[in-house]
Design a protein around this ligand. Structure first.
Ligand code: RIB
Ligand code: CA
Length: 314
């Protein structure tokens, strides 16, 4: 048994972020969550930091340190997604307000301090929202870049194009300047784009399987995914909501569930119609050096089997 992988989850909960956090906290043999940093994204920062704490308490893990990070993108006005996630960002289940405290100090400082304290190449960053906190940490403390083991993020799209504009996926679109900094950082990056997450659909059977886990977490996850699937079914006509962010934490536990290519990915920051697009050179035509492993496929049945097995533990 190898030691659990040390991670920092950077997140904008968001129902799918919540499931990603629950999966990580249910898997202590594989994942050690050093802390959670909230970022503005799906909903404003006061709600994402509160929701992160709600989810930790739902998991029965009130000792996980949760920090508030950046409340706005580097250079743009914040765009939020209440139309998908509801006014609270965690609509669906009725969950109690958090009792656990928000940590003092800024989330970006926590990221920097943790990477400087922990052995080099031992900490993985897992961004599940806009990359504002990660980019700010890299800009503030360039010395941390070579110390990061890997960045495993949910964001971007290639064959699945955009979900917030015709060309861009939400996390990248909200802060394209931050994404550009991260993808040019030289840190090993693994990307879970819409190309993969749109294959991780919560069908009615899969939703029922959450509900019959027989615990509070299963019921809450079923109600969360019931809520935010209404948007995706109407938009895509899909048979259920895509579980975007849990693909990140599932990858840390079972990388064999995913496959992709190591390609060049650049971020469009100037496009009149394409700002926020992840320009993934899937066919290797640009001559630009590969800088990210861009996932293209998922064993979705295996993914949901893992989710059910782990969520049942909480
Ligand atoms: O486009 C999907 C991403 O945007 C997910 O991370 C979801 O939580 C939202 O943040
Ligand atoms: Ca998210």
């Amino acid at each position: 048994m190898t030691n659990p992988r040390k991670i920092i989850i950077d997140t904008d909960p968001g129902q799918d972020d919540a499931v990603a956090i629950l999966l990580a906290l249910a898997s202590p043999d594989e994942i050690e969550v050093l802390g959670i940093t909230a970022v503005a994204g799906n909903v404003p920062l006061p709600l994402t930091q509160k929701n992160a704490r709600i989810v930790c308490e739902l998991a029965g893990k009130p000792d996980v340190p949760v920090y508030a990070g950046c409340d706005a993108p580097l250079a743009r006005k914040l765009v939020t997604a209440e139309h998908v996630h509801g006014k609270t960002g965690l609509d669906g289940p009725t969950l109690p307000d958090p009792v656990m405290p928000l940590q003092d100090g800024h989330g970006v400082e926590f990221i920097i301090d943790t990477l400087r304290r922990e052995p080099a190449d031992s900490v993985t960053l897992c961004p599940l929202g806009p990359l504002t906190n990660i980019a700010t940490a890299l800009q503030t403390a360039p010395d941390i870049a070579p110390r990061i083991r890997e960045i495993v993020l949910m964001g971007g799209a290639y064959f699945q194009v955009g979900n917030i504009t015709p060309a861009a996926e939400f996390n990248i679109y909200v802060d394209p300047e931050a994404a550009d900094i991260v993808f040019k950082s030289g840190v090993p990056i693994t990307v879970m784009p819409l190309d993969v997450t749109h294959r991780a659909l919560v069908t009615p059977d899969r939703n029922s399987a959450f509900r019959t886990l027989g615990n509070r977490v299963g019921q809450a996850v079923a109600e969360m995914t019931d809520f935010f699937e209404r948007f995706d079914i109407e938009k895509y006509g899909s048979e259920g909501a895509p579980l975007h962010d849990p693909c990140v934490t599932a990858y840390l536990i079972r990388p064999d569930l995913f496959s992709g290519r190591h390609v060049n990915v650049e971020i469009e920051t100037q496009g009149r119609l394409t700002t926020g697009m992840t320009v993934a050179d899937w066919w290797g035509v640009s001559g630009r050096a590969p800088n990210a492993t861009f996932m293209g496929n998922i064993d979705d049945d295996g993914f949901f089997a893992l989710l059910n097995e782990r969520l049942a533990r909480l």
